[in-house]
Design a binder for this molecule. Sequence first.
Ligand code: SF4
Length: 338
Amino acid sequence: MSEKKPILEIKGLKKYFPINTGLFNKITGHVRAVDGVDFKVMPGETLGIVGESGCGKSTTGRTILRLMDPTAGEVLFNGKDLAKLSKEEMRQMRKDIQMVFQDPYASLNPRKTIKQILLEPLEVHGIGSSRGERMKRVGEIIEVVGLRKEHLNRHPHDFSGGQRQRIGIARALILKPKVIIADEPVSALDVSIQSQVLNLLKNLKKEFNLTLIFISHDLSVVKHLCDRIAVMYLGRVVEVTDKKQLFNNPSHPYTKALLSAVLVANPKAKRERVILQGDLPSPANPPTGCTFHPRCPVANEICKTKIPTLQEIDSGHQVSCHLFLEGKPKGSTEELIG
Ligand code: SF4
């Protein structure tokens, strides 16, 4: 029996932004927004990426899609490394991986009608043999996202935030992609309409057999939608496992702290509240060793000097923490700070 292969595999992905200072714009350092991210996404699953603002989750999404070029690492889509494709090859590939952006107000061109916005990707990728065929597709997709054909001649400013996000989803779907990366797609919306958009995404994923990467700072939103969850801290994945395991048995101290702040429906299912000290450190000057050590309630000496790597502690459950590596062969955690 052949084993199911990941549709997307991210290996050692890094994205550093140079810091320029002085009269001659000399590079004096780097912001390590994404600093060695690894994860896999299986066909048809929804992977949630969660973490505080500034942890690198959105940059990870954008780097996968080559909206910004990676500094290092591989982005394997069906085994093909997107990081090595030419601009033209990547343009072709984009019809298979689409993005839904956080801000529906900024991501739609205000001067274009919805019809023009939805026709554009079809024209760019030469899909449909005639304008009539393309218009048929546009008419179908607008209804799929819960709007009507008469909306097509209007402009983005004629719509509410929730409707604009539906248009953003329609634009991503119109090319029949295999993967959609949704970057905080409901965080700019009123709470009252967030669940409508989340349910729409859930239904569309099933209907179109999509693979979804859902980026959010909100664990309760991720819980609603995702099969597996990757927790990011300061440019790295610190824990990844399926949703049930993450919520029932969080292992990384950072995940425990995040979860302890989430309200639970059952008051008997009490969680110990973990208050993290201090703020997220700057990715321009990350702490040595485990970057979580200045805030970690159970840090020890080794944490200050050695970077833990992501290790499997249970089937499909990976954690990056020295606490789980005791007794394991030396060498797995020997990556000293350069
Ligand atoms: Fe805490 Fe050390 Fe584990 Fe980092 S490696 S999470 S500092 S115990």
